[in-house]
Design a protein around this ligand. Structure first.
Ligand code: HEC
Ligand code: HEC
Ligand code: HEC
Length: 352
């Protein structure tokens, strides 16, 4: 072996020992950077999806609201990605957690669900909270209600006062946040202090409180409250006028008003073109399947609250589905905001 061959061999060994590992190190560094960039982009996209679709139930920073679980937990961060994906895609049967996959009747694509999964596994909840606030989507802080001595003494003058006092306590702790201290309802839950509710069969009301209403904020309470407490809360709700006459003063609450923001209109626009366009046409100009919503007669005659009701409840015996169980309060409000925003430029047109 000549010296030059030896040197060549040595150089070759050097290449193998040093340069190649360095190359691989750099390469895996690049891959990590690429992967991180991918995660960052997913999380950014998912932040808006989360703000529009999940905040009402899981809270502005994934902290959970009322009986709805937090998403900012170690248990979820260590859950297999596939399991998490399936929960969001298919929902949880018999709970308020709806299926979100387009193929399961939801409104999100697979890519979007994947992004949400990435967000939950690589959370930056502080970022999410700030973005939610920017979009004006922060859910109202649940109103606190305190049971005062005056309230208790006023109730003591009524028949069956023990039940009523228990009912008031249960209501104040668990229900007032959504249904308001005086039972008149808030932007997130209907009034309970009404003749309509009092006319309902007690068994139906018990079933609602026990099982919740699927797809809405009304949770199932049967694992949280004893049957005795559920009964007491309903006794309290059903005797509301009598209780008010006895001199119980319920604290005043402010009902937040619905105000549309440019972000809501944009969100409504997006959602409309996913869920409604197939029937109502691009920009709601109508198709042979469904009427135009983008016309001055409809918009002029229909207040926001009525548009909301139609979208949430559907039109029975027509093709118009009820969206209340599938869309969040924010989604429904965004759709109303979008439809209302059409009024500015609308032209009288013929109904198809
Ligand atoms: C109408 C209320 C509501 C909305 C809106 C909602 N969820 Fe849920 N979600 C729930 C409830 C209730 C549960 C608990 C189901 C159960 O009992 O297992 C849940 C459970 C979950 C879980 C499992 C939590 C765990 O600890 O097992 C995940 C993940 C989740 N939701 C993600 C989402 C995402 C992402 C969105 C938005 C696309 C969303 N949810 C929108 C009500 C909601
Ligand atoms: C997180 C918000 C929230 C909380 C907390 C809550 N509810 Fe509800 N509740 C709702 C919503 C939303 C509905 C309407 C569901 C629907 O669209 O059918 C509702 C509906 C009801 C109804 C049916 C009203 C009707 O006209 O049919 C009753 C009764 C009721 N809630 C009682 C209670 C009681 C009792 C509690 C406390 C133990 C409670 N709710 C806590 C949101 C809430
Ligand atoms: C499968 C077809 C279909 C889809 C999808 C659909 N709609 Fe409709 N929609 C209809 C039909 C049909 C009517 C008319 C019902 C009637 O005869 O009163 C209607 C009526 C309405 C009305 C009342 C119009 C009026 O003149 O009174 C509103 C508002 C509305 N839809 C909004 C929506 C929104 C928002 C979405 C998406 C979230 C949607 N629709 C999705 C078929 C559909």
């Amino acid at each position: 072996m000549t010296l030059s061959m030896k040197i060549t061999g040595f150089v070759a060994t050097l290449v193998i020992l040093i340069i190649i590992p360095v190359y691989f190190l750099q390469e895996s560094g690049n891959q990590a950077a690429i992967q991180q960039a991918y995660i960052d982009r997913s999380v950014e996209n998912a932040t808006d999806l989360y703000a529009e679709n999940c905040v009402v139930c899981h809270g502005a920073s994934g902290e959970g609201i009322s009986t709805i679980p937090a998403l900012d937990t170690e248990a979820l961060r260590t859950m297999p990605e596939e399991t998490l994906y399936k929960i969001i895609s298919r929902g949880v049967d018999g709970t308020q957690m709806a299926a979100w996959d387009l193929e399961e009747g939801g409104i999100l694509t697979r890519a979007q669900i994947q992004e949400l999964t990435t967000l939950i596994l690589n959370p930056s909840w502080k970022q999410v909270e700030l973005r939610v606030a920017d979009l004006g989507l922060t859910p109202p802080t649940p109103a606190e209600m305190e049971v005062t001595n005056e309230m208790v003494s006023a109730l003591q003058t009524l028949e069956g006062s023990e039940d009523l006092i228990l009912g008031l306590t249960v209501y104040a702790e668990n229900c007032a946040a959504c249904h308001a201290a005086n039972g008149e309802g808030t932007s997130i839950a209907p009034a309970l202090n009404t003749e309509e509710v009092r006319q309902k069969a007690l068994d139906d009301l018990i079933a609602i409180v026990q099982n919740g209403v699927s797809g809405t904020l009304m949770a199932s309470w049967k694992d949280i409250l004893t049957p005795e407490k559920i009964d007491a809360s309903l006794t309290f709700i059903l005797r509301w006028p009598e209780i008010e006459n006895s001199g119980v003063e319920f604290p005043e609450i402010e009902v937040p008003v619905f105000e549309s923001t440019p972000e809501m209109i944009a969100a409504g626009d997006r959602l409309f073109h996913i869920a409604c366009k197939s029937c109502h046409g691009t920009d709601a100009y109508g198709t042979p399947m469904a009427p135009s919503l983008n016309n001055p007669t409809f918009l002029g005659e229909t207040p926001d609250a009525a548009i909301y009701q139609i979208i949430a409840g559907g039109v029975p015996d027509t093709l118009m589905p009820a969206w209340g169980a599938r869309l969040s309060e924010q989604d429904l409000n965004s759709l109303v905001a979008f439809i209302r925003s059409l009024e500015e430029n609308t032209q009288p047109i013929l109904q198809p």
